[in-house]
Design a protein around this ligand. Structure first.
Ligand code: FES
Length: 218
């Protein structure tokens, strides 16, 4: 018996998902939905295949080349499957000056990969990317959608060990001053640094917010 390997359109059985995305844009600007459509596919299939590119192009009434053009501009999108953990090392100036080359060298050595490769188990992919927009807290490593900032050698080893255990550590808080409010809890091993100026500043800011909430003065 002949087996047919046809690709079922991704959005065929997801009309609500498709409508929700398309309805975000006015009729004349439908082509702007290309990014969320690519993201929707990639989130579920880990990459965007050629068949999905053509499908998205047909949905939006644009060419497959235009869809590929968007994909190739953003390192977020992958045309090949990536590992469970996609390690993206920022290689733009601020991160380079702060040691991202050394970070990448260490990852290459530890994982036995060069940028652009995925290991045999499909666990890690390594990639060098352009500025991740967190230059003040360089060097930055992005793992899937999560940023790890001011990553040193020991944090890197700690992070890899956690990922191998199937754990995704909370990002280390590395921001200072006003930006501290956007940070998150540190990696477990970083709690020892709780006495740093940044932590003290954050604690003060939180205490002030608390006082204001309760109706007092800061
Ligand atoms: S240079 Fe690395 S985040 Fe901007």
């Amino acid at each position: 018996m002949i087996e047919l390997h046809t690709v079922r359109p991704y959005f065929e059985d997801k009309p609500e998902v498709l409508s929700e995305i398309l309805d975000r844009y006015p009729e004349y600007g439908r082509r702007s939905a290309v990014m969320p459509l690519l993201w929707e596919v990639q989130r579920h299939e880990r990459y965007v295949s050629e068949a999905r590119i053509v499908e998205i192009a047909e949905i939006l009434g644009i060419t497959a080349t235009e869809v590929r053009g968007v994909m190739s501009f953003y390192s977020t999108y992958h045309g090949e499957p990536v590992g469970t953990y996609h390690l993206q090392v920022c290689s733009t100036l601020s991160c380079k000056l702060a040691g991202s080359d050394e970070m990448c060298d260490h990852l290459e050595e530890t994982l036995g990969l060069v940028p652009g490769e995925t290991d045999h188990e499909g666990l890690f992919s390594l990639q060098k990317v352009e500025c991740l927009g967190a230059c003040t807290t360089a060097p930055v490593l992005q793992v899937n959608d999560t940023y790890y900032e001011r990553v040193g050698r020991s944090e890197l080893d700690e992070l890899l060990a956690a990922l191998r255990r199937g754990e995704m550590p909370t990002p280390k808080r590395a921001r200072e001053g006003d930006n501290a409010q956007f940070g998150a809890a540190p990696l477990a091993g970083e709690r020892a640094e709780a006495g740093t100026a940044a932590d003290a500043a954050l604690a003060d800011a939180e205490a002030n917010e608390d006082t204001q909430r309760k109706g007092g003065t800061a």
